[in-house]
Every structure is written in C-alpha cells, then in structure tokens.
Design a protein around this ligand. Structure first.
Ligand code: HEM
Length: 477
C-alpha cells in the first residue's frame, strides 16, 4: 500500500515538474504554434500515425509563419536562414535524430542512417566519388541509363493505342538504373525480364508507415516482436537476399560500380556493412526517382500542360541527343517538377547540439528536434515562388530572384548530408524525358480513375493509388 502511495506521489510530482517546465521555463513555450503543443506531443504523434504530418505542418506554417512549435520538444522552420543553420552549419549541420535508426539494414548502420556527423563523413568518403557528376556522366554510365530509358519507352508503347501504367514502369526503370550503377553487370532488368518485376513490387508497393512509427516510438517492444518473425531485412526479403548474395559471393563487377569501390577499400569492410550500404542506395534510388518522374509526366500529360510539352519537344529536337545536360528548358522542367512534386516533401529531423543554438533568430535549447520540409520551403514565401501551386518551368529561367529560388530549392536537401544520388537521379530524369518527348506526345488516359494525390509514407510521398495511366502518341519528327 505504501509503495502504491509512493508511486502515485512520485509520478504526480514528476508530471507536475514536467508541465511546469514546459509552460513556464521552456524557451519553446513562447514560439508560435497551437497551445496544446506547449504541453503535449500527442497531436504530432496522431498526425504521424494518420499520415497527415506534412500537411499539418504546412497548414501551421501558413497560419503561424516560418517558425512553428510542433510539440514540447520539436520545432519546424521554413526559411533559408534556418535551413542553412540546421543542415549546413559546420559542413553537415546538426546530427540526425534516432528517427534515422529506422533506415538501418541487416541491423547494421549505413551512411544514411548514421546519426553522428563525424562518423557519417568517414562512411561517405568510402564511395562518394562514384556519385560525383563526373563519374555519373561517364559515357558508359550514360549509355547504361539511356538503354534503360529506351526499354521504358518500348514497354509503354508495346500495345499501340492502349494506355500504360507508368507508375509501374518508372519504378522498374529506377530500380534497373540504380542496380546498374551499384552492381553492373549484375543489375536487375525488371523492364525486360518479368521475373525481376517481383523485386520492384516488393519494394514499391508496401505500406509500412504505421509499423515504422511504432518502431520509432517503441523500439524495444518492436525488437522483441521482431524476434518471432525471423525476417532478414525489414525492407524486403527477395531484394535483401539479392544484395547480400552479391556482396558475400563477390562476383567480378564492373570497375565503375559502387560495390567494386566498397570491396576495394584499404581496410576490409564487413560484408553486412557493405550490404547495408548498397541496400540503402538501392532503396533510396527507386521510389524517389520513380515517383518524381511519375508526378512530372502525369502533370505534363494534362491538357493544361500540352504547351509545355510542345516547348520541351522543340528544344529536344533542335539539339543533338548528347547535349541533354545543356538544355535550359529541360533543366527547368526537371527542377519545377521536383519543386512541385518533391518525392521527399517531409521534414528531415535534426537534433540541436549541446548548449543550444540560435535558429532563425530564436534560441532553441539543446536536444530539441528541429527540421525544415521541402513541401513548405517550396511554397511558403510568395516573393521567392510567386503562385506557388502553378507549375511554371519558366520561373527557373528568370535571372531576377534566382539566388533565393535556388537556396530555397530543398528537394535534395542541402549541406554535407544532402542527397548523394542527386546527379544520378537528375541524369535518369533528363534521359527519360528526352527519350519520351523527342518522339511522343503523352496524354492522361481518359478512363483513368486513380488518384494522384500525395500519399505520405515514412519520409517519401507517392501517388495515392499507385497507378498512372498514360497514352503515348508517336509524332512524326
Ligand atoms: C529524385 C530523386 C531523389 C530525391 C528527390 C532525393 C532526395 C533526398 C533527400 C531529400 C535526402 C536527404 C534526406 C535526409 O536528410 O533525411 C537524400 C539523401 C540521400 N539520398 Fe537521395 N534522393 C533522390 C534520389 C536518390 C538516388 C538515385 C540515390 C542513389 C544512391 C539516393 C541516395 C541517397 C542517400 C544514400 C542519401 C543519404 C545521404 C547522407 O546521409 O549523406 N537518392 N535524398
């Protein structure tokens, strides 16, 4: 009985002390945001489990401005100053939060899931040269991607007059391209080999948002339940076995591949680390590039965008095929696509270092979770992006305001932890658009009922129904 009384007294005094601190002492209490977020993080958790986090944060920014408190320990920012402080200061910005533990593979860290920035710099150095623009633009690398872009078009036009589900084929394209870069000649050929299609389906058609948030909030309980499941890898068993097999059996891959680079380090690297790293690049390279292209081609295929298609085609046919990286309108179309339909539109959480920091002019105590999200940075300030909901490639061709526009462009994040696959992704996008729009006019199939609304997953967003039916009409050049 005494123990029960003691328990109640201690719990009550702990709750009272926490509440007192949150309301009267915490510097976050004075920041703009819903009152409930001063005392509780439940609202945020609810929005996360019901996949409304991004939308909710954006709404709060529209209501309260560029700084918004999301919970007693979390703040969202939407200015370049804040993004620079959080993601660029000291090179890589602040350390990642434990949220990124979700992205371990084979229970082993990789560059993306490494929290500490010094450790991250060490892992990234091992392979980053394989993703430099000069490596990605090597003629044999470009040729490999172009071949796959041709296969994509062949797949979409194999039944003339009928629509093609480009959601499916673009994810195949992205999978084939990234595995080519990682493992050539052992890359996947899901566009031409139906038995490889299951690998793409395994990775792109799962909905794991709730289980991943459960894992984030209750890692110990989830670890206990995982013991009963005997899973090799959370992100997919067929693909995990494919990656592990390639790493462990070390077949001779091309000297340009990421696997080869990791296998020829001075210090021998553990197989599980190499597999975790390769698996991460593979997963990071599918839905991002696949969804970015899917949203973009869908938008270009709406009647209101036919003039954009026309302008793009004029540029493409007027220039030799190998000048794809030097075409201003193609570049602007890709950039505007990534601005309007960022495949990673969500917050990228970071932890304020010890001693606290000034972010966008306000003091934020240590260990507070801070972040920016591309969805809001790409829309909030009408001076930087006038008519933000309008798809307008032309905005990227104007010289006035270009510094601010480029600073606010956050599709690949910024600083030392920005996307390493950015040059590869842009190359894949440009080559595919070139292949399609040099020779075809695309239209949304008139019978398409599927929704293209953004459907948020744990960090990326995809079209809600995962179907996008497009018809391809061959043009006489
Ligand atoms: C349009 C396509 C892509 C977009 C929009 C995109 C976006 C991003 C963003 C926003 C981040 C930062 C995430 C964070 O801090 O939480 C990131 C990181 C990363 N991306 Fe991409 N990505 C794309 C394609 C790719 C591809 C093709 C690869 C293949 C290698 C890749 C590999 C990575 C990796 C490994 C990281 C972690 C970098 C680090 O922590 O140093 N991404 N990407």
């Amino acid at each position: 009985m005494i123990a029960a009384y003691l328990f109640v007294i201690l719990t009550t005094s702990y709750l009272f002390k926490t509440l007192f601190h949150r309301v009267f002492r915490s510097p976050l209490a004075h920041l703009p945001g819903p009152q409930i977020t001063v005392i509780s993080g439940l609202c945020l958790v609810f929005k996360e489990f019901t996949r409304q986090r991004r939308k909710w944060i954006h709404k709060l920014h529209l209501q309260y401005g560029p700084i918004v408190r999301l919970s007693p320990n979390e703040v969202s920012f939407a200015t370049w100053d804040a993004a620079k402080e959080i993601y660029v200061s000291g090179g890589s910005g602040y350390d990642k939060t434990s949220f990124y533990d979700l992205f371990d593979n084979f229970s082993t860290k990789n560059t993306f899931s490494t929290l500490d920035k010094d450790m991250h710099a060490t892992t990234k150095r091992r392979f980053i040269d394989r993703y430099n623009k000069s490596s990605v633009m090597q003629p044999n690398a470009v040729c490999g991607i172009r071949e796959r872009a041709e296969e994509f078009v062949a797949k979409c036009t194999e039944s003339p007059g009928k629509s093609a589900n480009i959601y499916l084929y673009l994810h195949c394209y992205a999978l084939d391209c990234i595995t080519h870069h990682l493992f050539h000649p052992y890359g996947i050929h899901s566009l031409t080999n139906p038995s490889d299609m299951s690998k793409m389906r395994e990775l792109s058609y799962r909905d794991t948002i709730r289980s991943q948030y459960l894992q984030y909030y209750f890692p110990k309980i989830m670890a206990m339940t995982a013991r009963f499941k005997h899973r090799k890898n959370r992100r997919g068993d067929i693909v995990a076995s494919y990656v592990l097999d390639l790493v462990q059996n070390s077949p001779e891959t091309d000297s340009s591949t990421v696997l080869q680079r990791l296998k020829t380090q001075k210090d021998t690297l553990d197989d599980l680390y190499v597999a975790s790293e390769c698996m991460d690049h593979l997963v990071a390279g599918i839905d991002t590039t696949g969804d970015a292209l899917c949203f973009l081609i869908h938008h270009l295929s709406l009647p209101e965008s036919y003039s954009i298609q026309q302008k793009l085609r004029e540029e493409l046919v007027a220039h030799p095929i190998d000048s794809f990286d030097d075409l201003p309108y193609l570049d602007a179309v890709v950039k505007e696509g990534l601005r309007c339909f960022s495949p990673i539109p969500m917050s990228l959480p970071r932890k304020v270092p010890s001693g606290g920091r000034m972010v966008a002019g306000v003091f934020i105590p240590e260990d507070t979770i801070v972040s920016c999200q591309a969805y809001t940075l790409h829309r909030l300030d009408p001076e930087v992006f006038p008519s933000p909901e309008k798809f307008s490639p032309e905005r990227w061709l104007e010289s006035a305001g270009s510094t601010a526009r480029n600073q606010m462009f956050f599709a690949f994040s910024t600083g030392g932890r920005a996307c390493i696959g950015k040059h590869l992704a842009v190359l894949e996008m440009k080559l595919l658009l070139q292949e399609v729009y040099r020779s075809y006019h695309t239209k949304v199939w008139e019978g398409m009922k599927a929704s293209m609304a953004l459907d948020d997953q744990i960090i990326a967003s995809r079209p809600k129904d995962q179907i996008c039916s497009i018809t391809f009409e061959r043009l006489s050049v």
